[in-house]
Design a protein. Structure first.
Length: 156
């Protein structure tokens, strides 16, 4: 259970008066780890300010509720429509950015969605120009060392 604003006020007063975390937790009837985590996460320099802590907690709460871009019905339908028209994910992202003035989705997100194990039955990779079911690593292959060439450089 999350801390309430009035509990954060009490923590600020008790922590400011120099009480130990265990004593604060006993007075608020909370686990000491909850109080410790709250102070560590939301402290302002050496002190703990309740308003500052509440603002940070609210921002984190809003960010946690941010939905995946392809869960937006418009972006999802637009992306599928353009994939079926043989557009690349890069082109889809670029067009969305031109039309709306901001980036609604990243091309990497589209590739991740296409190649996700949960979406295998949709076979979305068939709409890509290179119809590869699995993705290759982004930065190419690694150089293999030959044992014969090593002996040329290191005398035995």
């Amino acid at each position: 259970m999350q801390l309430k604003p009035n509990e954060r006020d009490k923590i600020a007063v008790l922590f400011g008066s120099g009480l130990a975390i265990r004593e604060i937790s006993r007075r608020l009837d909370r686990d000491p780890s909850t109080i410790s985590r709250e102070i560590k996460r939301n402290r302002c320099g050496d002190s703990y300010v309740a308003i500052h802590a509440q603002n940070l907690a609210t921002k984190r709460s809003i960010k946690a509720k941010h939905r995946h871009p392809l869960k937006n019905p418009f972006v999802y339908s637009y992306t599928l429509e353009k994939l079926r028209e043989s557009w690349s994910p890069e082109q889809i992202c670029g067009r969305l950015k031109l039309e709306f003035g901001k980036s609604l989705i990243c091309w990497e997100t589209i590739y991740d969605y296409i190649h996700d194990d949960e979406n295998k039955e949709k076979r979305l990779w068939d709409y890509l120009t290179i119809k590869r079911q699995k993705r290759r690593k982004k930065f190419g292959r690694q150089v293999k060392k030959n044992k014969d060439t090593q002996s040329c450089f290191y005398p035995s």
